[in-house]
Design a protein around this ligand. Structure first.
Ligand SMILES: *Cc1c(COP(=O)(O)O)cnc(C)c1O
Length: 401
């Protein structure tokens, strides 16, 4: 016997829940790909993507997941043998660095582990010591989805400026865009990569590289290869070049609908505020459950937690039991402890993550928290009480309108 009936809910940190309207927008035949509506719709995406990223910079669209955008950003700005500084605060910072190494780029890694953000002072020191400007770029992740830490992008920019270094500043906003505040131009980011399946609420399959004039200048002295080149994608002679081949037709319809929701109906500021409230509600519940020490935030300092995802550690194998109960008895899939422990080890079952990015509301938030609360009762896991009350206390304070 199981309570698992009705609609299932994916509460992992990407892919995120796709709004029904976005799914419906995809459900139509492919249009003419050389002329007409598709071309017009595609043109409307760029200004809206810029609004989401708070930038006037160019943006190239790739038919690829986030890893493709990672590679595109590197190929358009760097060559084999170039040196870069990678700031890792979890699996994804490490991953972007590994991808760079695979391209023959010389990676200096500042690894801050899985429990803290990147330290701007250390970044400044490394750059100050790089007297000959050998370091061509600093790479970092705004929200590292594995640790759920958020890096302070404006402070890292200040560190680069304080060292008077002219490297490119490249930021991965794959988990954070549309969820955590991000202002590309005001924050002095030269290259930003993101993908469509997290805060942008679209099925995985397209990703984006935003680049400013400084990055465009760097592009002139590298050979990115025809497919990854961002130039024809941003300055095409014919539409076909925008995607270096066939356009991702249904994805374009989906993204159009998602941007209608995010940019035109809700507005990016409101989306950030909603994510903030929902994140605080989740944290309040975790704090309440963990009163007797059975559960902890992976990132202890609240100011350093992303609003898109929360990584949580538990005693013993409680996280594994919670994940299992939620999935099989409640139809709610929680995130695994990616990078926090090795799979098939006892530690693997001490971590779970809650994705609260993108298409999230009170009903979905409380469903996830309610399922976790129920899982602990069902499995006899001791925990603090009143977690759901703590969460609704926070949700109730969200400014209306
Ligand atoms: C999801 C994610 C990625 C990887 O994106 P894929 O689409 O899986 O390639 C990279 N960086 C961050 C921060 C992410 O959250």
């Amino acid at each position: 016997m199981s309570l698992n009936f009705g609609r299932t809910l994916l509460a992992i940190p990407g892919p995120s829940v796709i709004p029904d309207r976005v799914l419906a927008a995809m459900h139509r035949p492919s249009p003419n790909i050389y002329t007409g509506e598709l071309i017009e719709i595609t043109e409307t995406l760029y200004p809206d993507l810029r609004r989401v990223a708070c930038t006037n910079s160019d943006v190239a669209i790739y038919i690829a997941n986030g890893h493709g955008a990672w590679e595109a950003a590197l190929r358009n700005t760097l060559s084999a043998g170039d040196k870069i500084l990678v700031l890792a605060t979890g699996t994804f910072g490490l991953g972007w660095g590994e991808l760079a190494e695979s391209l023959g780029i010389d990676v200096q890694l500042l690894d801050f582990g899985f429990q803290s953000d990147a330290d701007p002072d250390q970044v400044e020191e490394v750059l100050r010591n790089d007297k000959d400007s050998n370091i061509k770029a600093v790479l970092t992740v705004q929200t590292d989805t594995a640790s759920s830490v958020i890096n302070d992008i404006p402070r890292l920019r200040k560190a680069i400026d304080a060292a008077d270094h002219d490297c490119l500043f490249m930021v991965d906003c794959i988990a954070s865009l549309g969820c955590d505040r991000f202002e590309m131009d005001d924050w002095g980011v030269d290259v930003m990569v993101t993908a469509c399946q997290k805060g942008l609420m679209t099925p995985a399959g397209i990703s984006f590289v935003f680049f400013n004039d400084k990055a465009a200048e760097a592009r002139k002295s590298v050979a990115p290869g025809q497919y990854w080149d961002w130039l024809p994608r941003t300055q095409p002679e014919v539409y076909y070049q925008k995607f270096a081949g066939t356009a991702p037709t249904q994805h374009i319809f989906a993204l159009r609908e998602a941007l209608d929701i995010l940019v035109h109906e809700e507005g990016i500021e409101r989306a950030w505020a909603r994510h903030k409230t929902i994140a605080h509600a989740v944290w309040a519940a975790v704090d309440a459950w963990g009163k007797n020490g059975v559960m902890h935030h992976n990132i202890a300092d609240q100011a350093k937690r992303s609003h898109a995802v929360s990584a949580i550690s538990t005693n013993d194998d409680h996280a594994g039991q919670i994940r299992e109960w939620c999935e099989f008895e409640a139809g709610i899939t929680l995130g695994i402890g990616l990078g926090l422990a090795k799979q098939n080890t006892p530690e693997w079952n001490q971590y779970f993550r809650i994705g609260h990015m993108g298409h999230q509301n009170v009903a979905m938030t409380m469903a996830v928290l309610g399922a976790i609360d129920t899982a602990m009762k069902a499995r006899g896991i001791a925990h603090g009480d009143s977690a759901l009350v703590a969460a609704t206390n926070i949700l109730a304070k969200h400014p209306s309108g």
